[in-house]
Design a protein around this ligand. Structure first.
Ligand code: PLP
Length: 373
């Protein structure tokens, strides 16, 4: 008998939405390079440009402000390279490694106990510099789900003439927002975090912004801002998933209620929650069970058919203390007892029934083993 996996690791990647699958299957049958001038090339280009218009419209960006990339990591890296060169780079302490590990010297913006950028610190850092800065802050954190006050950060950046890049990879398709409301210079999103395919994303730009050296010049695609043949089918899947995700944002209260039920059961079993003192994504909870190592709990749950993750789980399998929890002043022994539960768009009551049944037992067994050791 095959046990159905209860998939609760959506922040690592979301299940593919049927609309995205259908759009990709149709587009895979079209032979043509979107840069070619003949009829098949035009057909492929039509797919890309329709998708660009869809994606631009969903977040209120001009179509020529959308640059397709291979995903969120590349969109973040491109923003830092093309918008941040010769600038003082300031990076939030809880940023994803896509931003933190971009190969540039940067200063770290401290966060508060919810993991949100400290606006007083931002102001102080910008007022010490010469104003030529690029500030990188994420809209929603991948480990705790906390949502930052981007417009407030943007207002401070504007006062000092600084650019603001927002990593919206985890927020896009889960909470409603328009690019213009953020007040940012640029924004990164990724298809597979909203139910599209892995391997495509976008950097979105405010109109008229000077764009520096691209990472890949290649054949001059994307108006010379990102070289490389555009993957028309992936881009079609991206647009279809994005449309579906935004059309179904009304389902997020259901997801939040499921998350809250899982969280309440975990708390009743002795867990504490990190990040719940701030606004959070509806699908995410970061749970610490005293006495149960997060990585062992992930394996114990996996053996029961439940997929969650520990620590900085985009890079799961890579042990180490979560820099997110560390910068929230969570001691490392506690951070090591943490797992992330993130519900996908298609989570069901039955998934949470399974979690509520298995998590307390699994956690108690590990705690008992730790006590006995
Ligand atoms: N930014 C955040 C906040 C993420 O959570 C991730 C992936 O988990 C990325 C960027 C990288 O996105 P991608 O996997 O599309 O490269």
């Amino acid at each position: 008998m095959t046990v159905r996996t209860t998939y609760l690791d959506a922040n690592a990647t979301e299940p593919l939405r049927p609309a995205a699958r259908a759009a990709m299957l149709a587009a895979f049958d079209i032979t043509g390079n979107p840069s070619s001038v003949h009829t098949p090339g035009n057909a492929a280009r039509r797919i890309v440009e329709d998708a660009r218009e869809t994606i631009a419209g969903l977040w209120g960006v001009r179509p020529n402000g959308v640059i397709f990339t291979s995903g969120g990591t590349e969109a973040d890296a491109l923003a830092i390279r093309a918008l941040g060169s010769e600038r003082h780079i300031i990076v939030g302490a809880t940023e994803h490694d896509a931003v933190r590990k971009a190969p540039v010297a940067c200063d770290i913006l401290p966060v508060d106990e919810a993991g949100l950028p400290r606006l007083d610190a931002l102001e102080a850092m910008l007022s010490c510099g010469d104003g030529e800065a690029l500030v990188c802050v994420m809209l929603a954190n991948n480990e705790t789900g906390t949502i930052a006050r981007i417009p407030a950060a943007a207002a401070i950046c504007a006062t000092f003439g600084a650019r603001l890049h927002v990593d919206a990879v985890q927020a896009a398709g889960r909470v409603p927002f328009r690019f213009g409301e953020l007040g940012a210079t640029s924004m990164a999103i990724s298809a597979h975090k909203l139910g599209g395919p892995i391997g495509v994303g976008a950097l979105m730009l405010t109109p008229g912004i000077a764009f520096g050296t691209p990472m890949m010049a290649g054949g001059g695609q994307e108006q010379g801002r990102r070289g490389g043949t555009l993957p028309a089918a992936l881009i079609a899947g991206f647009a279809a998933a994005a449309r579906d995700a935004i059309a179904n944002l009304g389902d997020m209260p259901r997801i939040a209620a499921l998350r809250d039920r899982a969280e309440a059961a975990a708390v009743a079993a002795g867990a504490e929650v990190y990040g719940n003192i701030a606004d959070r994504l509806p699908n995410t909870t970061c749970l610490r069970m005293p006495g149960a190592k997060g990585q062992e709990l992930v394996i114990a749950l996996d053996l029961e058919g439940i997929a969650v993750s520990s620590g900085a789980a985009c890079s799961s399998g890579k042990p180490g203390t979560s820099h997110v929890l560390q910068s929230m002043q969570v001691p490392s022994d506690r951070a090591a007892e943490t797992i992330r539960v993130s519900l996908p768009w298609n989570a069901t009551e039955a998934d949470i029934d399974r979690f509520v049944d298995v998590y307390p037992r699994g956690a108690e067994r590990l705690r008992a083993e730790a006590r006995a050791a």
